[in-house]
Design a protein around this ligand. Structure first.
Ligand code: 5GP
Length: 185
């Protein structure tokens, strides 16, 4: 049992710089498995199906829920997101560590099912900085940005329930901190 992989849940509001931090972490530890989620949102420019996400229809998503194919799933900013269970179990059985980038409701579900999972919350330095980053991305409409900011405020209130909180003031420093958490697990 002890040579099973570890699960690392990484959450943080969109615009917290979580993806950039995770990219650095994977550069340093390429052997870990990044859990590719399924989502009903449309791909952003530069995103590839099967890499960042599996982009699927609401219908397909619902049938996967029905068939209990998700380890967890949640609604976020009017779209559905879920972690396919099979690849996660497979990697853990092979002794490979699994990293999931999921929001707070999903994180709660995974912690309930896998209490040994290590949860890490990536926080932006401030709400002002978060708003600046969301606008700077230039991919979302004003309405989407407003919705994401509201969601972020609610998410930040959840941060204290995580095993660790990493403030992303500088992505390399934050990545270093996350790597230390992973190494000590
Ligand atoms: P985005 O649309 O910006 O890529 O992601 C929006 C939010 O959905 C992020 O907070 C991200 O962590 C979360 N997310 C991505 N995949 C999953 C998933 O499979 N399950 C859950 N619960 N959240 C996810």
């Amino acid at each position: 049992m002890s040579d099973r992989g570890h699960v690392f849940i990484v959450s943080g509001p969109s615009g917290s710089g979580k993806s950039t931090v995770l990219k650095e972490v994977f550069k340093a530890r390429p052997g870990m498995y990044f859990s590719v989620s399924a989502t009903t949102r449309s791909p952003r420019p530069g995103e590839t199906d099967g890499v960042e996400y599996f982009f699927i229809t609401e219908e397909r998503f619902d049938s996967m829920v029905e068939a209990d194919e998700f380890l967890e799933h949640a609604r976020y900013a009017r779209c559905s997101y879920g972690t396919p269970r099979a690849p996660v179990e497979e990697k853990l059985d092979e002794g490979v560590d699994v990293v999931m980038d999921i929001e707070v409701q999903g994180a709660r579900q995974v912690k309930a099912r896998m209490p040994e999972a290590v949860s890490v919350f990536i926080a932006p330095p401030s709400l002002e900085e978060l708003e600046r980053r969301l606008r700077g991305r230039g991919t979302d409409s004003e309405e989407k940005i407003a919705l994401r900011l509201e969601t972020a405020k609610a998410e930040l209130r959840e941060a204290e329930k995580y095993d660790h909180v990493v403030v992303n003031d500088d992505y390399l420093r934050a990545a270093g901190e996350l790597l230390n958490i992973i190494k000590s697990a």
